[in-house]
Design a protein around this ligand. Structure first.
Ligand code: CO
Length: 494
C-alpha cells in the first residue's frame, strides 16, 4: 500500500507540472506570441486553469488531506511532511471556500473590467471604468466574507499574497514611513542638485550583451534560465532549473534595461535557489510576494544603485559605450538616484516609490471599509498625490487609471511592493554586518551575497512564516528602521 503522504506528493507534483505548463504558455504569450495568437492562448490557459482548480479542490484531495492531518496529529509524519500537509490544507480550504459561481462571476467581471480599463486609460475617461470598478469592489467585499477574517476585511485579501500580514501591522509601519519619506523627498528635492544627463544612441545588441553579462555576474545561472525581451519586465519560473526573466530595452537609455534586468535577476535568483527536491510542495515555494520583492529590490537598489557597484561597472559601461568615458561616478550616482515628484509609480525613484504604494493602500482600505466611494476616486487620488508626492496628475490616465491591478480584481496586492523594500533593507543591513560587502561589490564579486541569500532565505521555501524567517535572519520581524536609515544615509548627502 502506498502511504498517504506519497499519494499526496504525487498529486501535488502533478498539479505543479500542470502549473508549470500554464507558466510556459504565459511566458510565451508575453515574449513570443503574435497578436492573433491571443484568442487560442486565452482558451488554452483557461482550460488548464479549470483542470488545475478541479484537481486542487477535488473530494479525493480533501479526503487525502484529512487522513494526513490525522497522521500529523498522531505524530507519524516527519516535521517537513507535517509542514507540507499543513500548508496544503490551508491552501485547499482557501480554494474550496469560494463558490464556483463566485469564481466564474469574478472571472467574467474582471475580464470586462480589464478591457474597460484599457479603453478608459487610452481615452483618459474614468467614467468608462467606474461601474466596473464598483462591481469589483463589491466582489472583493464578498470574497473577503467567503474567506473569513479576523479584524479588518482587508486582511482576507492581502493575506492571499502576504500570509499572516495584517492591517494593524501595515498601518504601524506605513504611518512611520510616510512622514519620513515626505520629509526626505522635500529635503532632497529642495537641495536641487543638477547633473547633465548622458545623451546618445546606445545600440540594442550591445546593451543586450552587457545586460546578460551583468545578470551572469550577479549569479543568474543561464543553464537554468533565460533572459528575454518583453515590454513589461517579469520573472516566471517553470521550476528552479528553468527560470525565465525578461527586460525591456530603450535605445536612448541603457540604465533602464540594466536596472530592470537586475531587478528580475533578484527574483530569478530566489527561484533558482529554491530546493528542487521539494518541487511543487510548499517547502519548494517562495515564502510570500513581499519576500519575493525583497530579493529583487535588494539587488536593484542596494546593489544596482550603489556607488560601490558603479565604481566597478562604470568603466565597463564606458568600454561598451564611449559616451560614458567622461562621466564621473558622482554625477552618475546622482543620475541613477535622481529623486523627483513624478506621477507614475513604476518610474518612481527609491524615495518616493513607497509613497505611491501607501496612497494605493489607503485607498484600497477605504474602499473595503466603504469610507471611499469609487466615483470619488480621481479626487481622492489627486489630493493624496498632492499631499504625499507633491504633484497633481495632469490627467487620470497618469493618475488613478495608471495601474492594471484593480481591473484584475487584485485589491490587497500593492502593499507587497513596500514590504519588499522594507525586508530588502533589513536583509541588506544584516548581510553588511556579516560580509565585507562594500569591498566585494566594488571588486565586482557578488557570489558571497548570493550564497548568503541562498543559505539564509532561498533554500527555506515556505518552511518559516515570513515574520519568523526575517527574524531568524536579521534578529527582528518587519521593521522599517533599516530602510529609513539606508535612505537617509544615501540620499541626504547626494
Ligand atoms: Co518585482
Amino acid at each position: 500500500m502506498i502511504a498517504n503522504y506519497e499519494k499526496l506528493k504525487e498529486k501535488v507534483q502533478e498539479l505543479a507540472v500542470l502549473g508549470s505548463i500554464s507558466n510556459v504558455l504565459g511566458w510565451d504569450a508575453r515574449v513570443n506570441m503574435p497578436p492573433k495568437g491571443n484568442a487560442l492562448r486565452a482558451q488554452q490557459s483557461s482550460y488548464l486553469a479549470g483542470i488545475i482548480h478541479k484537481k486542487i479542490t477535488s473530494r479525493e484531495m480533501g479526503k487525502l488531506l484529512s487522513a494526513l492531518n490525522k497522521e500529523v496529529e498522531a505524530g507519524s509524519l516527519t516535521e517537513e511532511q507535517a509542514l507540507n500537509v499543513r500548508k496544503l490544507t490551508e491552501n485547499f480550504e482557501k480554494e474550496t471556500k469560494l463558490p464556483t459561481t463566485f469564481v466564474e462571476e469574478k472571472s467574467a467581471v474582471t475580464s470586462l473590467a480589464n478591457q474597460a480599463w484599457v479603453e478608459a486609460r487610452s481615452i483618459d475617461d474614468f467614467s468608462k471604468f467606474q461601474p466596473h470598478l464598483e462591481k469589483i469592489v463589491e466582489l472583493c467585499r464578498r470574497e473577503a466574507g467567503y474567506f473569513g477574517f479576523t479584524g479588518h476585511p482587508y486582511n482576507a485579501l492581502h493575506q492571499l499574497y502576504e500570509p499572516s500580514m495584517t492591517v494593524e501591522k501595515l498601518d504601524a509601519v506605513f504611518n512611520q514611513l510616510r512622514p519620513f519619506l515626505v520629509n526626505l523627498a522635500d529635503r532632497v528635492i529642495a537641495e536641487g542638485k543638477t547633473y547633465k544627463p548622458i545623451e546618445g544612441k546606445f545600440p540594442l545588441d550591445k546593451q543586450r550583451e552587457l545586460v546578460k553579462k551583468v545578470a551572469g555576474l550577479l549569479g543568474f545561472d543561464f543553464t537554468a534560465g533565460r533572459l528575454d525581451v518583453s515590454p513589461h519586465p517579469f520573472t516566471v519560473p517553470f521550476c528552479s532549473n528553468d527560470v525565465r526573466i525578461t527586460t525591456a530595452y530603450k535605445e536612448d537609455n541603457p540604465f533602464d534595461a540594466l536596472k530592470s534586468a537586475i531587478h528580475e535577476t533578484g527574483h530569478g535568483l530566489y527561484e533558482q535557489g529554491l530546493p528542487a527536491e521539494h518541487f511543487g510542495m510548499p517547502l519548494g515555494e517562495a515564502a510570500s510576494l513581499g519576500l519575493h520583492e525583497s530579493q529583487s529590490k535588494l539587488w536593484e537598489n542596494h546593489i544596482g544603485r550603489s556607488a560601490e557597484f558603479w565604481s566597478y561597472m562604470l568603466p565597463a559601461l564606458a568600454e561598451t559605450f564611449p559616451e560614458f568615458r567622461s562621466v564621473k561616478l558622482k554625477d552618475w550616482m546622482r543620475q541613477v538616484n535622481k529623486v523627483e515628484r513624478s506621477l507614475i509609480r513604476i518610474k518612481a525613484d527609491e524615495v518616493t516609490y513607497n509613497l505611491h504604494i501607501i496612497l494605493r493602500y489607503e485607498i484600497e482600505k477605504g474602499l473595503m471599509e466603504d469610507n471611499i466611494q469609487v466615483k470619488n476616486l480621481p479626487e481622492v487620488w489627486n489630493n493624496k498625490m498632492q499631499e504625499y508626492v507633491g504633484i497633481i496628475p495632469d490627467k487620470n490616465a497618469n493618475g488613478v487609471l495608471q495601474d492594471v491591478h484593480w481591473s484584475m480584481g487584485a485589491i490587497g496586492y500593492f502593499p507587497t511592493y513596500t514590504l519588499g523594500t522594507i525586508y530588502a533593507a533589513q536583509f541588506f543591513a544584516q548581510a553588511s554586518k556579516e560580509l565585507p560587502l562594500a569591498e566585494r561589490v566594488a571588486a565586482g564579486q557578488f557570489q558571497d551575497l548570493r550564497e548568503w541569500l541562498r543559505e539564509k532565505v532561498h533554500r527555506h521555501g515556505k518552511k518559516y512564516s515570513v515574520d519568523d524567517l526575517v527574524k531568524r535572519v536579521t534578529g527582528s520581524p518587519l521593521n522599517a528602521q533599516p530602510l529609513m536609515d539606508y535612505l537617509e544615509a544615501k540620499y541626504a548627502p547626494l
